[in-house]
Design a protein around this ligand. Structure first.
Ligand code: CP
Length: 309
C-alpha cells in the first residue's frame, strides 16, 4: 500500500504484518535508548486540523524514535486562516519534498482527497466520522496482547456509534479478523441499517454486555452532533455509562477500553477507568506509539521500492 487511509483496504495479513512489527517496537520503546534509524533522512510532516493529544504526540514520538525529521505544522497559525484551501496547503508542503504526511481533518474524505494530490505517503490520523485506522490497529494490538488472540472474541462497542470514526475503523478491523461484534447505544446514536452488517445491535447495555470479552467505550462526540439530539449527561451515564455493576455482566476477565479523550462520569466511571486489573486504557496509549512506528516503517519501505511520479 502507498498510503494508510483506512482499515477498509487492508487484508487480514496486512493487519497481522503491522501488529507483528509493532510488537518489536513495544520492546524498543520500553528501553531507555529508544532509537532505530529506519526513517533516517526522511521528512515527516504532521498536519492536525482538529485537536489531538494522543495521536499527535504518538506520531511525533514515533517519527523521532525512528530517526525521521519531524515537523508539526501549527495549523491554527497557518495560512489556512487567510483562506488558503486544504489542497493548496498540501501542495505547498508537498513541494518541500516530505516523505510522510500525517493528517487529521474534521471532514470525512478530506484525507483521501489530499492523498490523491501529493506524491508522498499519507497516513490518516482521523477524518470526520470516516476512519481512524491507527486507532483501530492500536486497539487490535492491545486486545491481542491482553487476550492472546484477535479472533473469535465477543466484543462490545458502546456509546455514540454514529459519530465515531473509532467505532467504524474498529468494526471493519475486528470484523475482518472474525470476531463477534455487538454495538450498544441509544437508537439516536446508532447508524440506521447497521444491523445488516453482521453485527448485533443492543439498546439495553445490561443485555448487550452479557459474556463479552472486551468492552470498548466511546466518547459522546458532541462536536459532530450539529444541533441534533444531545442526551443529558446524567441520563446517559445512568443508561450507558460503564460502571462496576454493569461490567459484572461481562466475562470475569473482560477488559475495558477507551480510545480517549474520556469524559469521566459521562461514558465511564473514573474509578473503573483507573483500575489496572480491568482497564487497558494506558496500554492503548502505549501501543499507539508502537503501531504508528510500524505503519510508518512499512509505508517508507514501499516508498523506497516504488518510484514516485
Ligand atoms: N484517541 C484519539 O484519537 O485521541 P486524540 O484525539 O487525543 O488524538
Amino acid at each position: 500500500h502507498r498510503h494508510l487511509l483506512g482499515i477498509e483496504p487492508l487484508s487480514p495479513q496486512d493487519i497481522v504484518t503491522i501488529l507483528d512489527l509493532a510488537e518489536t517496537y513495544v520492546d524498543l520503546n520500553r528501553q531507555s535508548a529508544k532509537h532505530a534509524d529506519v526513517l533516517a533522512g526522511l521528512t515527516q510532516i504532521n498536519m492536525f486540523f482538529e485537536n489531538s493529544t494522543r495521536t499527535q504526540a504518538s506520531f511525533e514520538l514515533a517519527g523521532k524514535r525512528l530517526g525521521a525529521d519531524v515537523m508539526n505544522m501549527a495549523m491554527q497559525a497557518s495560512s489556512i486562516k487567510k483562506g488558503e484551501t486544504l489542497i493548496d496547503t498540501a501542495m505547498t508542503l508537498n513541494a518541500m519534498h516530505p516523505d510522510l504526511l500525517v493528517v487529521r481533518h474534521p471532514h470525512s474524505g478530506a484525507v483521501d482527497l489530499l492523498a490523491q494530490k501529493v506524491n508522498c505517503a499519507v497516513l490518516n490520523a482521523g477524518d470526520g466520522k470516516h476512519e481512524h485506522p491507527t486507532q483501530a490497529l492500536l486497539d487490535a494490538l492491545t486486545i491481542r496482547r491482553a487476550k492472546g488472540r484477535l479472533h473469535r472474541l465477543n466484543i462490545a462497542i458502546c456509546g455514540d456509534i454514529s459519530h465515531s470514526r473509532v467505532a467504524r475503523s474498529n468494526l471493519i478491523l475486528l470484523g475482518k479478523m472474525e470476531n463477534r461484534i455487538r454495538l450498544i447505544g441509544p437508537p439516536t446514536l446508532m447508524p440506521s441499517g447497521i444491523g445488516e452488517f453482521g453485527v448485533e445491535v443492543y439498546d439495553d447495555m445490561r443485555e448487550g454486555l452479557q459474556d463479552v470479552d472486551v468492552v470498548m467505550m466511546l466518547r459522546l462526540q458532541k462536536e459532530r452532533m450539529d444541533g441534533g439530539f444531545i442526551p443529558s449527561e446524567r441520563e446517559y451515564y445512568h443508561r450507558y455509562g460503564l460502571d462496576a455493576e454493569k461490567l459484572a455482566l461481562a466475562k470475569p476477565d473482560a477488559i475495558v477500553m477507551h480510545p480517549g479523550p474520556m469524559n469521566r462520569g459521562v461514558e465511564i466511571d473514573g474509578t473503573l477507568a483507573d483500575d489496572i486489573n480491568r482497564s487497558v486504557i494506558q496500554d492503548q496509549v502505549e501501543m499507539g506509539v508502537a503501531v504508528r512506528m510500524a505503519a510508518m516503517e512499512l509505508l517508507a519501505r514501499n516508498l523506497a521500492a516504488e518510484p514516485r511520479e
